[in-house]
Ligand binder design. Structure first.
Ligand SMILES: *Cc1c(COP(=O)(O)O)cnc(C)c1O
Length: 390
């Protein structure tokens, strides 16, 4: 598995496009990451927290009624219900090592905010979460949950009042208070070393699944599938298999109402190369370079950018990227609940919808591994309202 080059690039993607004031902070973080990652004791503590607090290893599970060749990596069984906690545990340990006094985070639907608030409570950090004002309204239960965990939620009123505006605000606050503050980013995005660091904290998903697959089936999966918002659950599971060239890797983006509709969140499928939130990658932008408004039924995939390493995997052909629409994801959401007794997150339902299509064309002895990135309890009210509107 590849490291970015010394300037933080995967091929021609990545880098460090930030205001001057943040360069020192990113360099200090990079030094700390290099030192910590070289110490077995750092990883021992990380894995102990994942075992006792998060509940890892997460199970591998054959979902044969949905599709005969399907196996799931059950990140939905983690404490707080998704893969995001793997990353926030790692970043909280780094913040403590660096002597930082508080954590800040951006959040869209609130899932990363909740995961950050959770580790803030566990490790004793005050937490400030920046969230678009529209999302604060739409995701009231998660705002309450963050407050319950002791975090303060700041509504951001600029722009479209959603995730990209919250991210801009978190960068601004970080630049103003960089000495005391650790910025916990929620996906494999942002300036170097974030995309690399977050991948290393999510890699546990791929390492466990590879081992579990070999133990149970005596072979590797033929295909690995994950949904892609910023791309952290996908990079996490891909990392376990990227050096096995016979394993096909598939990233599933949210096509929204269709890749051509203008109401989409598929940065690779419908975007072009540019700079967003500190790194060079693909993003959805207008012809004059303004960041486009995005749409997906799933809040966790509703982001105009994508991590630079995915842009690299697409360009090199090592991974393939496809789009699944709102309607297809909803259908998979309902079917999966009924056939398997598991309500998937709407984000994960995108991966399941594509897996079912792939399974129709696959050989009977193929093994299709899907990262079930989270559970769907958080989505029930939204799904119900979407269906009643139709
Ligand atoms: C946030 C989220 C995602 C999307 O984020 P990635 O960084 O692309 O993984 C996917 N699934 C769930 C359950 C999420 O909460």
């Amino acid at each position: 598995m590849q490291r970015p080059d010394a300037r933080g690039y995967f091929g021609e993607f990545g880098g460090r496009f930030v205001p001057e004031v943040l360069i020192d902070a990113l360099e200090a973080l990079e030094r700390e990451v290099d030192a910590a990652f070289a110490e077995p004791a750092f990883w021992d503590e990380y894995h102990a927290v994942l075992r006792d607090f998060v509940g890892r290893p997460s199970p591998l599970y054959a979902a044969e009624r949905f599709a005969p060749q399907l196996i799931l990596k059950r990140e939905d069984t983690n404490h707080t219900g998704a893969h995001k906690i793997n990353n926030t545990v790692g970043q909280a340990l780094l913040a403590r090592r660096m002597g930082k006094k508080r954590l800040i985070a951006e959040t869209g639907a609130g899932q990363h905010g909740v995961a950050t608030a959770t580790v803030g409570a566990k490790f004793g950090f005050p937490v400030d979460v920046y969230m678009g004002a529209l999302d604060v309204e739409r995701q009231a239960p998660n705002v309450y949950l963050m407050n319950l965990l002791g975090a303060k939620v700041h509504a951001v009123h600029s722009g479209t009042r959603t995730l990209k505006d919250a991210t801009n605000e978190a960068f601004r606050v970080w630049a103003a208070e960089v000495d005391e503050t650790f910025y916990v980013i929620g996906s494999v995005v942002g300036a170097h070393p974030y995309p690399f660091m977050v991948r290393e904290f999510q890699k546990v998903i791929g390492i466990e699944s590879r081992r579990q697959c070999l133990e149970r089936y005596g072979r590797l999966p033929s295909d690995v599938i994950a949904c892609v918002g910023g791309g952290s659950n996908a990079m996490g599971i891909f990392a376990g298999f990227v050096d096995d060239p016979q394993v096909r890797l598939w990233g599933v983006e949210a096509a929204g109402e269709g890749l051509e509709s203008g109401k989409t969140a598929a940065a690779l499928g419908a975007g072009s190369v540019g700079v967003l939130h500190g790194s060079r990658s693909y993003l959805l932008q207008t012809t004059n370079g303004q960041v486009s408004d995005t749409h997906s039924i799933s809040a966790g995939l509703d982001y105009p950018g994508i991590g630079p390493e995915h842009a690299f995997l697409k360009e090199t052909g090592r991974a393939q990227y496809v789009g699944v629409t709102d309607a297809q994801a909803l259908e998979a959401f309902f079917d999966f609940a009924r056939f398997e007794g598991i309500v998937p997150a709407l984000e994960s339902a995108h991966a399941l919808a594509f897996a079912r299509e792939l399974a129709k064309k696959a050989r009977p002895d193929d093994l299709i591994l899907v990262n079930l990135s989270g559970r769907g309890d958080k989505d029930i009210a939204h799904v119900r309202a979407s269906v009643e509107r139709q």
